[in-house]
Design a protein around this ligand. Structure first.
Ligand code: MN
Length: 741
């Protein structure tokens, strides 16, 4: 066990003006309080707080934090009280110890809501003083290091909690060393088999390649010497967990993992980082797509480094990280490096640092807490935290400054739904940082997003594939389902009204109630929707309500009739079927030259609504007095205009056979990046896919994108969807969707 003077000496090494008295007092007090208590391992209990303190000295923490580490289990496990600690060590320290005590009570709860509450309390405690988190993490690290002694039943839960909460939290705070060790330890207990396999394979690889690693190290050192760059080169052993995760995420086998070899180059200045990079890239060829400059664009947790992968001296891939000593320290200890400033007035080891700028890790924490304070459902919070918060995430703001945290890849639609379901459902556009942007724009950290809304909007089903948040996806699914159902039920009612009217009866929803069982439907709405969808004929409903009902208009024997549909042909010769019974003669005529329509006098011209309709669409006809019938896809919003004129609605169906060789109109909206050749590329995709552009018009032109409406001619819905997805895949297209389709 570490002696009292050893602990003081350790701190003294990085903090010469250490408050020795405080450390000594805390050491003695904790040792006495824990007395003869033993850990599961049989060690004296005091060895645990002492080890936790030791871990924190490695992170160069101040004496207050070390003292809190020594005292962290006293209130919970001994006769010590908050009051006593306040008196002996001051209320600031007492508060930290109490904060840790509260957290301890919340460890290892299995219910989801309790876990969420736990995490919430943890974050709230951290928000008061980040040192609580540092001690908590060091505490968890030591417990994980000694997990073998804990009863087996408890081990897995502790390991899982570590993997799900503490390791990501450490990473988020920029403490990569802590994160890696927690992950490795947890991995060992969560998946012992995989851990053993990966560890053995790694050891084997390193054994076989020892010469290679040394060779690379030498080549790199020689290169830097040649360029007079002072650099320390160190090989990095890949950790089993990170290897395993990569294999899992990318479904790779061990053999396919190319970047087992990792090296870190630590230099003195930022300038040297780029000089070293230049020297490396001019000597060996780099692997494309693997270069990342986190120096000019630091990660959210303040991580800075240059990453590159090169093809090394013996043709093997080598991963390199280039950074300064300062960056290295931040990468290892993260927020802990900054936590020191609190007590030292910005001076660490005599060096002066400005702390006016809040570090990213702190900013993240602060915003997380703000978000926490707003939510009232702990389970929701857990969902957001465990699954999303700990992934890379973006923070955006409403125009009023409210923070909206979203997973990376989120769009303004996700943002709208995160604000409120109503906002999402009525979202028609978005301004990002004051500029109108396409709704599928990927949001970035700090974006201010203003949602443009319209009450008339119904969220298009296609949004479901654009959004990334579960909340948005569920809401869109619900809204589209409702909208479609509403349209079908409205249509069903109109069809039934007409049918009843023909029979000289008055339709009412109530009249359907007594016959639900006969139609095997659960409620009235179900009946009218089924009629609207065409799953149930109005005739069947009529017969169920009026068992004696006979369609008076059918005079000849029914077997001579088709199913109650007759065919009409449009100006282009396209066949549609509309309700009404066709005689044999009429049927024959339909095959030849189009058919007069029963119930509608004359040879009515048929045309398509401006947005078009293609085979595969469910369609409906609207009678245009004096000018024929217009065909609309059933989901077309324009149909709302005819809602109050049910007499104008006509059921129509496609009548396409294989011989029909004709393209049909469909209007699409395409948003393209303003770059030379964008338009040509779009035209190319259309042409390659055997479709035609009928007309094209620019709707909106912003500095970096253009939205255009294209009237296409396509074979059918499948063809249209294939074309849309290929347009979307094109790099100059940011959005391609059907208009009103
Ligand atoms: Mn402890």
């Amino acid at each position: 066990m570490m002696r009292q003077y050893e602990l003081v000496e350790r701190v003294q090494r990085y903090k010469p003006d250490v408050n020795e008295a405080l450390l000594n007092k805390a050491y003695v007090y904790a040792m006495q309080k824990h007395g003869h208590q033993r850990r599961a391992s049989g060690d004296p209990y005091f060895s645990h707080p002492l080890e936790v303190a030791a871990i924190l000295t490695e992170m160069h923490m101040d004496e207050a934090t070390i003292a809190v580490a020594l005292l962290h289990d006293t209130i919970e496990d001994t006769t010590a009280t908050r009051q006593e600690i306040d008196e002996l060590f001051g209320p600031d320290l007492g508060k930290l110890v109490e904060g840790l005590t509260k957290l301890k009570k919340l460890d290892l709860v299995s219910k989801k809501a309790e876990q969420a509450e736990n995490l919430r309390k943890l974050l709230l405690a951290i928000s008061e003083d980040v040192r609580v988190l540092l001690v908590k993490l060091a505490d968890r690290l030591h417990n994980m290091r000694t997990l073998d002694h804990v009863p087996e039943a408890k081990r897995l839960r502790i390991a899982e909690e570590t993997m799900e909460i503490y390791a990501p939290l450490a990473g988020r705070m920029g403490m990569q060393g802590m994160r890696e060790e927690l992950e490795e330890l947890a991995f060992r207990y969560i998946n012992p088999e995989a851990y053993r396999t990966v560890t053995e394979r790694l050891a084997d690889i390193f054994k076989r390649n020892r010469g290679v690693v040394e060779e690379i190290e030498k080549s790199l050192s020689a290169l830097f010497e040649k360029h007079a760059i002072e650099a320390v080169v160190k090989s990095r052993q890949k950790k089993p967990w990170s290897v395993f995760r990569k294999m899992e995420a990318k479904a790779l086998s061990f053999e396919q993992l190319s970047d087992i070899f990792g090296f870190r180059v630590v230099v003195g200045t930022v300038e040297d980082c780029y000089r070293a990079l230049g020297a490396i890239h001019t000597t060996w060829s780099m692997v494309p797509g693997r270069f990342k400059d986190y120096i000019s664009t630091p990660k959210q947790n303040d991580y800075r480094s240059i990453h590159t992968t090169i093809v090394g001296p013996s043709r093997q891939r080598i991963e390199l990280q280039i950074r300064t000593r300062e960056m290295n320290k931040v990468a290892e200890y993260g927020v802990a490096v900054h936590a020191l400033y609190k007590d030292t007035g910005g001076k660490v080891n005599g060096a002066s640092h400005a702390i006016s700028k809040e570090t990213n890790a702190y900013a993240w924490l602060r915003r997380t807490i703000e978000q926490l304070a707003e939510g009232d459902n702990p389970e929701d919070f857990l969902e957001n935290t465990k699954l999303e918060l700990f992934q890379d995430q973006v923070f955006c703001f409403t125009p009023k400054g409210m923070l909206i945290a979203l997973p990376r890849g989120a769009t303004p639609i996700d943002f709208a739904y995160a604000v409120h379901t109503d906002v999402g459902d009525t979202c028609v556009g978005a301004k990002v940082n004051g500029r109108i942007m396409p709704l599928m724009t990927e949001l970035k950290n700090g974006d201010e997003v203003e949602i443009i809304r319209s009450k008339a909007q119904v969220p298009p089903a296609a949004w479901e594939s654009i959004v990334v948040t579960g909340k948005a996806r569920a809401a869109i699914r619900r809204a589209t389902k409702n909208a479609i159902r509403k349209q079908y039920s409205g249509l069903g009612i109109r069809i039934l009204e007409r049918a009843f009217e023909r029979a000289g009866k008055q339709f009412s929803k109530d009249s359907l109630k007594p016959i639900l069982h006969r139609l095997a439907r659960k409620d009235v709405d179900d009946v009218v929707t089924a009629v609207g969808r065409g799953e149930l004929s109005s005739n069947d409903v009529m017969k169920a309500v009026y068992p004696d009902y006979k369609d008076e208009r059918i005079t000849p024997a029914p077997k001579l009739r088709e199913e109650g549909w007759s065919k009409i042909r449009n100006a282009a010769g396209m066949l549609f079927q509309i309700p009404g019974r066709a005689s044999r003669k009429e049927k024959r005529e339909a095959k030849d030259n189009g058919v007069p329509i029963r119930g509608i006098s004359g040879d009515l011209p048929v045309r398509f609504a401006p947005e078009g309709a293609v085979p595969g669409d469910r369609i409906v006809g609207i009678v245009q007095p004096g000018s024929g019938i217009t065909i609309y896809p059933i989901q077309s919003p324009s149909l709302k205009d005819f809602d109050d004129q049910p007499e104008r609605w006509i059921d129509v169906r496609w009548d396409i056979d294989e011989a029909t060789k004709e393209r049909f109109p469909a209007r699409v909206s395409v948003t393209a990046i303003n770059a030379p050749g964008s338009l040509a590329e779009i035209a190319q995709v259309v042409a390659v896919n055997d479709a035609n552009i009928h007309t094209l018009s620019m709707v909106r032109t912003a500095p970096d994108f253009t939205e255009m409406l294209i009237d296409l001619e396509v074979w059918d819905l499948k063809h249209l969807n294939r074309l849309l997805s290929q347009l979307k895949d094109n790099s100059s297209v940011s959005e391609a969707r059907r208009v009103n389709g």
